[in-house]
Design a protein around this ligand. Structure first.
Ligand code: 3PG
Length: 207
């Protein structure tokens, strides 16, 4: 699989933070029930790897990847437990090369033209713009379109249901990322129906 193929499943990749292992499977089921199959589970909590393993084992319809991959060791750990892809907040050639060697599809984060060029030189042309709204958002993506005509983006960071349609309308945006599909209060209260509704609603954001 190539990371660009993740875009075919829907316009929004949920960025997931899980504090409790027992929430992993019901959350994945709730998102899949809402038609959202690509799930990015961030390596931000001690249970993240165990949560991914549980989702992979119990929810085969889900395409589970790891977010917040910051080191070669992170990439090796998530490959070992069966993550289908990795997302990094920034880019280093060490991570890029390690993911190629591991056969782990990587969606690398960039926020400057120089980082785009470094990632391109290592073979990556589908990139996450992070943190999208903080580094220039729509105007930066429009400005990147001409010099980087063969590069496409997954803006993440600061996107909302209100501004996502404008990002998704740009020709160089294939999909976007956001945490709003999995609000912490809904996860903490086990409000899986709300998460399914948010997932369903995300499909209408690409007009
Ligand atoms: C993150 O860093 O958690 C992701 O970029 C998601 O950001 P968001 O909460 O602004 O959607």
């Amino acid at each position: 699989m190539k990371t660009i193929e993740l875009a075919q499943y829907g316009p929004v990749i949920p960025v997931i933070v899980l504090d409790r292992l027992e929430d992993a499977v019901p959350l994945a089921r709730a998102l899949v029930a809402g038609g959202v199959r690509v799930l990015e589970v961030t390596l931000r909590t001690p249970v993240a790897l165990a949560c991914m393993e549980a989702m992979i084992r119990e929810v085969p319809e889900a395409i589970v990847g790891a977010g917040t991959v910051r080191s070669v060791a992170d990439a090796e750990a998530v490959k070992k437990i069966g993550a289908r892809f990795a997302v990094s907040p920034g880019y280093t050639s060490a991570i890029g090369e390690a993911c190629l060697a591991l056969d782990l599809p990587l969606l690398p984060g960039v926020s400057t033209a120089s980082e785009v060029m470094t990632a391109n030189a290592d073979g990556y042309h589908f990139l996450k713009l992070f943190p999208a709204t903080a580094v220039g958002g729509l105007s930066l993506l429009k400005a990147f379109a001409s010099p980087f005509h063969d590069v496409s983006f997954c803006p993440t960071g600061g996107l909302t249901p209100e501004n996502a349609p404008q990002f998704l309308a740009l020709p160089n945006v294939k999909v976007c990322g956001g945490s709003w599909l999995t609000p912490a209060d809904a996860v903490n209260h086990g409000d899986w129906a709300r998460i399914t509704e948010l997932a369903q609603a995300s499909h209408a954001l690409r007009r």
